[in-house]
Design a protein around this ligand. Structure first.
Ligand SMILES: NC(=O)C1=CN([C@@H]2O[C@H](COP(=O)(O)OP(=O)(O)OC[C@H]3O[C@@H](n4cnc5c(N)ncnc54)[C@H](OP(=O)(O)O)[C@@H]3O)[C@@H](O)[C@H]2O)C=CC1
Ligand SMILES: Nc1nc(=O)c2c([nH]1)NC[C@@H]1CN(c3ccc(C(=O)N[C@@H](CCC(=O)O)C(=O)O)cc3)C=[N+]21
Ligand SMILES: [Mg+2]
Length: 302
């Protein structure tokens, strides 16, 4: 597909950036081993057998080992009680070999996610979902920052440099992506708008944005003519669509943005896959080494 001008957006290489970030994490892991004799440990808890979550957990486990950290996987049945999960979190909080804890979301409906997140030691909350970390992000403190939005911000700064004064539109207001993304962009001096399912006139809101971050979970919802010419587009969405052309029961991943059409308008855009997803895992590892460094400094009274 081409326009009269033949313009095509630059692809933002999240996969490549993430590989570089993991190398930096590996160097920090080696340094912490050398200085304090500590091997950082990341515990991942998966409740139930959501097939998409299975893939993430497997990728995380492999990449955790590759950067030299220990990986602890806890797979619990879908019928696990909230109390049993809280008990596991308490054991992980108390375990000195565990520096980071990630409880994969969503949890089964009989478990209250907020109660589980609140039970995680904020110093080990490498997802940055605990209210203490959310509050520190909102007030400019030094907490652990949610992985996906921080990964998006890294890509934006790499692409644009200074973000000061730019109009940013965040589509989606979840606690794990949209809201923390908005706080991060505000801290970079963007003029931030947060849009959601009750927002009126989404296309016009999007057309004003120099930076558009889409995190709605609606396949290809953002159309090409919603994009301001020259905008930078970050597509957080991970949606699986049937792909009969690849064979029976096959699927393909698409984002929340109509990638082909948006590429004709935007200056730069993240692909799905290969954009934000790999950044999420790399930032998770970066948060885990940060958590381990801070815990070891605290324990040795530094
Ligand atoms: N790449 C990665 O690493 C990650 C990807 N994801 C993906 O990002 C997407 C968003 O995730 P998450 O934030 O957890 O999703 P949620 O479902 O928690 O939130 C979706 C948000 O989008 C809004 N929304 C939904 N439909 C519309 C609509 N038609 N128009 C405008 N706004 C709408 C909702 O509005 P309202 O609040 O009004 O309901 C809500 O604020 C998903 O595709 C998810 O798979 C998520 C995490 C990590
Ligand atoms: N407590 C918690 N923290 C999370 O960070 C969290 C979560 N729960 N629940 C689910 C979402 C989703 N998520 C992704 C992570 C990596 C990819 C990823 O690596 N994607 C690759 C490939 C995906 C593939 O091929 O299947 C890509 O986009 O290129 C995607 C999505 C983290 N999440
Ligand atoms: Mg629930």
């Amino acid at each position: 597909m081409t326009t009269e001008t033949g313009h095509r957006a630059k692809l933002i290489d999240g996969k490549g950036f993430a590989a570089g970030l993991r190398q930096q994490v590996a160097n920090r892991v080696a340094a912490l081993k050398a200085s304090h004799g500590i091997v950082p440990g990341l515990a991942v808890v998966l409740v139930g057998d959501d097939p998409a979550s299975e893939i993430y957990v497997r990728n995380k486990g492999r990449q955790t080992l590759e950067v030299g950290m220990q990986s602890f996987e806890h797979r619990l049945g879908a019928e696990t009680s909230q109390q049993a999960l809280l008990d596991l979190v308490a054991r992980l909080n108390a375990d000195p070999a565990v520096h980071g804890i990630l409880v994969q979301l969503p949890l089964p409906p009989h478990i209250e996610s907020a109660a589980v997140i609140a039970a995680i030691d904020p110093a080990k909350d490498v997802d940055g979902f605990h209210i203490q970390n959310a509050g520190l992000l909102a007030t400019g403190g030094r907490g652990l920052v949610p992985c996906t939005p921080l990964g998006c911000l890294m890509l934006l700064k790499e692409e644009l440099g200074d973000l000061s004064g730019l109009d940013a539109l965040v589509l989606g207001r979840s606690n794990i992506v949209g809201k923390p993304m908005a706080h991060l962009l505000l801290a970079e001096n963007c003029t931030v708008t947060i849009a959601h399912s009750r927002s009126r006139n989404l296309p016009d809101l999007c057309r004003r944005a120099d930076i558009l971050v889409a995190a709605v979970g609606r396949p290809q919802m953002v159309k090409g003519d919603w994009i301001k010419p020259g905008a930078t587009v970050i597509d957080v969405g991970i949606n699986r669509l049937p792909a009969p052309e690849k064979g029976q029961d096959k699927t393909r991943l698409v984002g929340d943005v109509d990638f082909e059409a948006a590429s004709l308008k935007a200056a730069a855009i993240t692909p799905v896959p290969g954009g934000v997803g790999p950044m999420t895992i790399a930032v998770l590892l970066a948060n885990s080494i940060t958590a381990a460094e801070r815990q070891s400094a605290r324990e040795s009274g530094e």
